[in-house]
Structure formats: structure tokens, C-alpha cells
Write a protein that binds this ligand. Sequence first.
Ligand code: SF4
Ligand code: SF4
Length: 388
Amino acid sequence: MAVGILPVQSDPTLLADIRRYGKFDPTGCYQCGSCTISCDLVEGSVSFPRKSIRYALLGLRAPLLGDLEPWICHDCGDCSIVCPRQAEPRISMATLRRFLSGQYERTGMASKLLTSRAWYFGSLAFAAVLVVLLILCYHLWYVGLPFSGLATPLGMEHMFPTMTYFTLTVMLFPVLLLLSRVHRVWLLTMGGEPRPSIPFSVYVIEAWTYVYQSVTHSLMRKCPERGRWLGHWILALGTVMMLTIKVFALRWFQTDNIYPVYNPQRWLGYLAAAFIFYGIGDILIGRVRAKKEIYKETRLEDMVFPILLLLTAFSGLAAHIFRYTGLAFAAHCTYALHVIVATPMLVVEMPFGKAAHMMYRPLALYFQAVKERAAQLAPAGEVIGHVV
Ligand code: SF4
Ligand code: SF4
């Protein structure tokens, strides 16, 4: 018996909805298939990336929402280079990913931030101003400084344990928000009426795919531009190392725990910072030069995450250096700057902006692997997932 077959209706508003998220103009495409042949990421597919784009053009909203292929695309751009009609399938796939990110989030906040520059930059600025006010309130009322005493060289010690709680809160906020969307992504891409008969054991067996894809970015390695994979991988490694240090070892940064320069804990932090600088430098230089296909059509919003991450790393490093050299006031100010920059990145960009792809992409690859394994196990004739 066929399971998971959905009624299909064309939605005339879908195309306009998608175009709110960015450029989507594949109408010149005459289905020559050159993009499919040129793509190194899929083997044996006769429709990638054209299927997702056709869903959009035909107004097939439910199949598009259930489609995982936009996340398999890693933006390398070979398809756009070979396209004889300049239909720019790479850019269409990137717009579809933003559209899907907007649909995966229930409150509509991601949709607002991904479609409106005013909302996006306004939210970042709002979060930064809120942190400034928190810092002022903390010093004036909690610490009890007079307003004129704000220039007092307090160092950073007085912020503990407040600093620990604040850091954990703003770091856990995007993680919990992103995790709360897993069920909706699952419903859209694996659910539907009637539910596909995928045994729970298949989800368990394929769980390693999520970890493997998160850690290795293995599909991006298939892109001809190997340096891009290395830059991304090093950046992700440095970011995870730094977040882990901050979450589990924030006490390292306290004054009574000042370590000599040869201490391995310091070198672990320096190594993470070096990885972050290398990865961001690779991305920013590529985007500014915009010579490669992957960096064409860079949107202003695409620059925000790497710039905020760069400023966060610089200000954190500066606070660290000032503290270790005994410049208490400079350490105090640069740490405040560090928090003012890092917080909007963590509470706005990561859960609602483009950076959310860090969770959606491995999740989609995991669900895709589940579907493929379930299809192998299914009795002949049974259909898994959406059918159009
Ligand atoms: S290469 Fe261009 S014209 Fe040919 S199928 Fe792909 S998008 Fe369409
Ligand atoms: S951008 Fe790269 S990965 Fe994406 S469809 Fe085109 S060739 Fe394939």
C-alpha cells in the first residue's frame, strides 16, 4: 500500500513568498540538465537541483516545504557557471534555503528577519542596546557605583558569578530555540498525513549521520573548491572549541586562575582563536573580492555573522591581553564591548538569521539518510515520504 501520498495543489502565492527572501529568477531555464550533470554533490540524481526549483515555479508549497534537497546543495556554484541561460540555480537554491528557514520557525520572527533589513538590523541593534542598559544597570544598582564612578578601573573580577550566568544564558538561548524547531522540521519533511511508516530504529541507526555531518562537513568536501571546505571546517572547529571552553571552563578567565603562558589551557584558547581568525579571514576576503562564483551576489546580511564573530574574537582577545598585562580598566571596557557584540550574534543572528543553517543542514542530511534507509527496508511498492 502506498503511504505518505499527499494531495497536491498549486499555490499561486508561493513564488511571490519565496522572492521576499532573495533573488529567485530561474524562469529562463529550459531544463537542459547541465546543472545536474555539473553538480559533484549528488551521484545518480537526474533532477537535482532542478526538482526543488520546479516545485517553487509550479506553486507546490507542501512538497517544497518537505523537500530536503536545498540543504544538500552546498553553494559551490558549478551549476550557475555551466548554465547556458544564466538562470543561476545556485542563487535560487540559496533563496530556497532562506525561505525554508523562515518556514521552520513558528513565531514568524525568522521570516521577518530574513525578509526585512529593517527588522534584521533593528533587532541586532535592539539586542546591543539592551546589553548596554544591562551593563549600566548592573554597575549602578547591583555593584552600587555612582555614575561618576563608571570610569573606575574595576577589572573583571566583580562580574563573577554574574558573568557566568549571563554567558550560559545567551549561549544556551540559540541552542534551545534551534532544538525546539526539530519537531517542526520533522513534521514538514518526514511527517504529513498519513505518516510515513519509518520505524524508530531507523532514526536511531542513522543518528550518527547528524554527528558525522556536523563534524566533517563531508558533502562540502566534494565541491571542487577544497580550500573553502578547509576554511569552513577550521572556523566551525574553532567556534565549537571556544564555546566549549566558555561554557565548561569560564573559571579559567577569573583572576585567581591566571595561568602562566605555557599552560596548555591558555594554548587551547589561543588555538581556538587562531582557527576562528583563519576561517573568518578566508570567508571575508573571498566575499570582498567576489571573484569566485560562490561569492557573487553576496548580500549585506551574509557579511554580518562573520563580522560579528570577528569582532567578538578580537574584543575577547583584547580583554584577555589587557587583563593579563594588568590593565584593569582597559580589560573592563573591552570585555563590555565583547558582550555587547557577542550577544546580538548569539540571540538574533544564530537562531533567526543565516547562521541557523549550522543546525538545519546536518538535520536535513540526517533526515535524508533516514528516508533512504527506510526506502531500502520498505516492502516493494511502499512509498516513503511525500509523493507528487
Ligand atoms: S543548466 Fe540552467 S537552463 Fe539548464 S536545466 Fe540547469 S538551470 Fe535550467
Ligand atoms: S551550487 Fe553547487 S552544490 Fe548547489 S546545486 Fe549548484 S553545483 Fe550543486
